[in-house]
Design a protein around this ligand. Sequence first.
Ligand code: APR
Length: 249
Amino acid sequence: MSESIPAELFVLLRTARHVVVLTGAGVSAESGIPTFRNKMMGLWERYEAEELARADAFRRDRALVWGWYEWRRKLVMLAQPNPAHLAIAALAERTPRLTVITQNVDDLHERAGSRGVIHLHGEIQRPRCFACNRPFAFGPGIPDEPEGGRRLEPPRCAHCNGYIRPGVVWFGEMLPQDAWKAAAKACEACDLMFVVGTSALVHPAASLPEIAARRGVPTVQVNPNATALDDVMRFNLTGAAGEIMPRLL
Ligand code: APR
């Protein structure tokens, strides 16, 4: 077992009226979805996630980038919510208000039962046309991607014949403004904030905890490793999300 949880934190949780939970790749790590700063495998071994997750990479080699996202979409569809996702959903039932803000493009929070999840970085199941921006609907079923991944041409848009791009926010792109505004507003209003499984290296998402911290709101980080937020957060709970979140519940 990791360190003990301060008693004060249980009091804060019991009396909180609006809890915000900001999550990153670490919350899905125990579901088998690799985080971004892990070494990549198979066809992707030679690349860093940051090299593939950008518009210029898609323009240069769309089959490489689309293949990578289809391989990741398969991982997401085969994955199951873990005790951290489930505890966050259950916490919402015991709190007057709880807002989940995630940087993840998977739907594991939703599948665990969380409602109204704010996706700052898009959703892997919601691709759209790179040319005209219209949404594209995937067919049913899990993508038939081989173990190590493969190159794959993206489908074409039924309206303009443009290429379909992944429904995620790439490096250098703006966040969806409605999601960003809702996230910032929740951080302005909450009276307790959890930050779970994010390296807090990617802005502007990483600046959300500071909004709450600046207001003097208690902030709690859950992460097995040190992050850029260690000095910003009031409580640092060192350990895996799947172990600590159920204990908080
Ligand atoms: N429980 C909690 N945290 C964990 C666990 C776990 N079981 N395993 C790993 N972590 C932590 C790591 O210590 C690290 O701090 O999760 C964090 C994952 O960091 P990143 O891979 O950088 O993921 P994230 O912070 O979500 O990345 C932000 O960067 O690549 C972009 O758009 C992508 O949304 C992503 C953004």
